[in-house]
Write a protein that binds this ligand. Structure first.
Ligand code: SF4
Length: 401
């Protein structure tokens, strides 16, 4: 089955962080449309390539080098293709290969296999607990679950530690393989090759995994009971299909925006309060933007949103036939080089993409300098190193000299 066509379970692992935290969301968002973004489509293409490469490595009879190359040739026709995908998927395969070579014997490997964890679902919903793991390996008493993530934003770095998505795959794989292997430990890894520190690993015992399974059972039962509560939060609500309409989220954000209780109110807020206001308000701006999109869609569909209406945005002129217009202008004496066309250099990234990384480095590499990025404010949990205005001992010494 193609990655794009994959069916999603009611209790899918990729949304587990949401439904475990906010069980009420399961019934609330049911039937609401999903909106896949372009970055999701790019990730799908990269996953397809990664899957073929990993199968080629373990089972070359199933996917030969020739078949892989033919598939890559076809993928290159996709408008979302970028040659960088080859290097990033190689980094993922390298991790899997290094892990497997470190084992006493060749592990059993499954790529893109669906694992069922229905036995941790409430009665009647056993068929709603499943998900497809990118790579699963088992060797002796160790079960490995490896996930490939194609995101490139450092803020989107995902940790493997107690990651519910990974733990659910591991639970499903354990249930399916426990009769064949004496599994005692689950090792979870997330490989995000587009990030500089893109590998996160965590392991747990099977007892710990099963304990988590019991928590899953409780939350899933609560979710379908009709009595589940809602727990709005920036991360929890991010991909919820009900996020624009959810009353709990609306109430939560209004409370945050207009009545945060930060204790006594002196005339000026302290740095501590600046940080706290920023943290509390981060989800509010996002929620307001999504609320606007929702209202616009309603107005365009002919429904009334009291106090609001849809109007035509700023118009822009465009040629109906640029070649014909330029021909007429040239005929009337307009010089094309000076008045119709401008010569603009390609960006550094465009040139590099066109001639390839290595040739670019060999020919023009010495003319490239890295300008430091503009300082940006991020949360403390971000993995990038903090920059500071404080002078280091080394710099102070240099100045003295
Ligand atoms: S928007 Fe947030 S609070 Fe509302 S149902 Fe979804 S996850 Fe829960």
């Amino acid at each position: 089955m193609g990655h794009k066509e994959r069916a999603h379970a009611l209790f899918g692992p990729s949304s587990a962080h949401r439904w475990l935290e906010c069980p009420g969301s399961v019934l609330l968002e049911k039937g609401m449309p999903d909106t896949a973004s372009e970055s999701a489509a790019e990730g799908t293409l990269a996953h397809e390539l990664a899957e073929m490469k990993v199968v080629n490595y373990f089972y070359p009879k199933e996917i030969s080098k020739r078949k892989l190359n033919a598939a890559i040739k076809k993928m290159k026709e996709n408008e979302l293709w970028d040659d960088e995908m080859l290097g990033h998927t190689d980094a993922y395969i390298d991790y899997i290969r290094d892990t497997s070579l470190g084992l006493p014997s060749q592990p059993h490997m499954d790529a893109e296999r669906r694992w069922d964890f229905g036995r941790y679902m409430p009665p009647g919903y056993e068929g709603e607990g499943y998900g497809t793991a990118d790579c699963t390996m088992v060797q002796g008493s160790r079960l490995f679950v490896i996930d490939f993530k194609y995101g490139k934003s450092p803020a989107g770095r995902v940790s493997a530690e107690r990651n519910p998505q990974m733990m659910l795959y591991a639970l499903g794989a354990y249930e399916a393989l426990k009769m064949l292997y004496p599994i005692k430990e689950a090792r979870l890894a997330i490989v995000q090759p587009r990030l500089p520190d893109g590998i996160s690993e965590w392991s747990c015992s099977i007892d710990e995994l099963q304990e988590f399974g019991e928590h899953v059972r409780e939350q899933a039962a609560l979710a379908v009971s009709g009595n589940a509560g809602y727990s709005p939060g920036e991360d929890t609500c991010r991909f919820c299909r009900a996020r624009s309409r959810c009353a709990a989220r609306a109430e939560h954000n209004v409370k945050l925006a207009f009545s945060p209780d930060l204790g006594k109110k002196p005339p000026l807020i302290s740095n501590g309060q600046v940080g706290e206001y920023l943290r509390l308000g981060a989800g509010v701006a996002k929620w307001l933007a999504e609320l606007k999109d929702c209202a616009l869609a309603e107005c365009l569909a002919g429904n009334e949103v009291p106090g609001w209406k849809a109007v035509e945005g700023r118009s822009a002129r465009e040629w109906t036939d640029m070649d014909a217009a330029f021909a007429i202008l040239e005929k009337s004496g307009v010089a094309p080089e000076e008045m119709l066309w401008e010569r603009k250099p390609l960006t550094l990234a465009q040139v590099e993409k066109m001639i390839g990384k290595k040739d670019f480095q060999d020919t023009a590499g010495s003319y490239v300098a890295v300008r430091r990025g503009k300082p940006a404010l991020v949360q403390e949990t971000d993995s990038r190193e903090a920059i500071t205005n404080k002078i280091t001992a080394e710099e102070a010494f240099k100045e003295e000299k």
